[in-house]
Design a protein around this ligand. Structure first.
Ligand SMILES: O=C(O)c1ccccc1NCC(=O)[C@H](O)[C@H](O)COP(=O)(O)O
Length: 217
């Protein structure tokens, strides 16, 4: 079984190049002003050009307006729009229809009840990204480096296509992949030396941990 690996919150050519050479299938750019990983769409586009065609380019936005999305699409030319706010199923459907792009809907998971929110987006979002709920005082809906109880996803309908996200790092990704079988994984803080600063050594160690976890016993 293949495993998609998305490295999110990239802001430099060097980190994007390294992520893809290490095996990232997806690279994510954050368009959210309060994030330490925020980048202007045109700058993200210039960086993404270095790996375009070798990895899928993912735009991450939070309750973006149509104008915001137009600017992101003009600047970045993403393959995928990850909607990481409180976008309704109707909004997701509209964005998908208007842009013609693949849409990932991020949902924050804290308990079993949160999984009930999947139903509304099924058949609308192309994929889900399950992330942890932000800590109480965080201004960021994602990229907080906190995990949730992965076992909540054990037993989920196998047809639900999702990436596991939230607080993954070299020390816990093996445990996560032993517990559940996501179509992909997503990491940001776990490969950073400081908020928004990707660390090439930490990226290498993360990919090495994923490889170890996927080796046959
Ligand atoms: O990363 C951010 O700063 C961010 C800000 C606003 C919305 C979403 C954001 N990140 C989305 C992602 O896909 C992250 O990779 C995901 O939340 C996991 O982050 P982490 O727990 O730091 O690995």
């Amino acid at each position: 079984m293949t495993l998609d690996i998305k490295i999110c919150g990239l802001t430099t050519v060097e980190s994007v190049e390294r992520a893809v050479s290490l095996g990232a299938t997806h690279v994510g750019f954050i368009f959210f002003a309060k994030s330490p990983r925020h980048i202007e769409p045109a700058d993200a586009g210039r960086i993404a050009d270095h790996v375009r065609g070798r990895a899928k380019i993912v735009s991450v936005s939070v309750n973006a307006t149509n104008d915001d999305l137009d600017e992101i699409i003009d600047g970045l030319s993403p393959d995928i729009l990850q909607l990481h706010g409180s976008e309704s199923a109707e909004r997701v459907l509209t964005v998908k229809a208007v842009t013609g792009l693949e849409i990932w809907k991020a949902l924050s998971i804290g308990d079993a009840d949160d999984l009930k929110r999947i139903d509304a987006y099924e058949g609308i979002a192309n994929r889900f990204l399950f992330d942890a709920k932000p800590p109480r005082h965080s201004e960021l809906p994602g990229g907080n480096g906190v995990s949730f109880d992965w076992s909540l996803l054990d037993g989920l309908d196998e047809r639900i296509d999702y990436l596991l996200s939230g607080g993954l790092n070299k020390d816990n990704v093996g445990e996560a992949l032993a517990a559940i079988r996501p179509a992909g994984i997503d990491v940001s803080s776990g490969v950073e030396s400081a908020p928004g600063v990707k660390d090439l050594q930490m990226m290498e160690e993360f990919f090495a941990a994923v490889r170890r976890a996927r080796q046959p016993a």
